[in-house]
Ligand binder design. Sequence first.
Ligand code: B1M
Length: 214
Amino acid sequence: MSKLQEVKAQVEAGKTKLVPGLVQEALSEGCSATDVLNAMVEGMGVVGEKFSTGEIFVPEMLVAAKAMAKGVEVLKPHLAGAGTSSLGTCVIGTVAGDLHDIGKNLVSMMIESAGFNVVDLGVDVPVQKFVDAIKENDNVKIVACSGLLTTTMPALKETVAAIKNSGLTGFRVMVGGAPVTPEYAAEIGADGYSPDAGSAAIKAKELVAVMATA
Ligand code: B1M
């Protein structure tokens, strides 16, 4: 079994203690940080499939998520460059009712490495908390809302609507997460959508650049 296959298998198995070491070994053997990350994401994909078919249950999903989070800690310095925090502030969170944070954390990490100062509101973030964070933090340029459940897509819609109706200006709102499509993002009035963490950082920079020239 290759090191990447081992990383994937141990994330799937929720081996919290083994995964960080395996991630480090994979990097030391010359695997790129992106390849290691993709192996872990594939592992989580298998976990999701097994959950759908009733082969595993929430506790197994949770330990797999913890194992992946431990692996991401090791990867972080390799994925994220030294952010200069000169592009402004990005307020990020997972919307109300939703506890999934691995994807949001990756988006946060990539946006930070692209040069934003990140204010992470965590998971299950009430609409008003997003609005308050825009008011309370300096130079907010991007508000990034993550949602992983079809049942919390309406919360994404409410969050975008509340932010847009708050009267606050000077920033753009991005949405993303597995069930979100570009069409849905447009329908709920988001300014930007991206399918993954890497493209989220690119989109955030693009939105700020367009704002600067508007
Ligand atoms: Co949950 N869960 N979960 N879960 N979980 C899914 C999402 C699910 C698809 C599994 C399945 O059935 N196959 C399913 C949703 C089905 C649906 O909505 N149609 C599901 C379900 C049903 C549930 C519960 C309802 C289960 C239950 O209790 N019966 C429950 C809900 C709890 C709640 O939130 N209220 C639940 C709970 C959990 C755990 C807590 C156990 C755990 C999360 C722990 C944690 O996050 N700390 C968990 C997990 C681990 C998963 C799966 C297996 C993995 C999610 C993950 O971390 N993926 C997931 C199945 C799957 O994804 N295949 C599943 C890896 C991560 C890197 O990818 O989060 O997609 P992802 O992020 C990507 C992109 O989406 C994107 O970039 C990221 C990185 O590239 N992205 C953005 C994310 N946010 C973005 C924002 C952006 C741009 C891009 O701009 C702002």
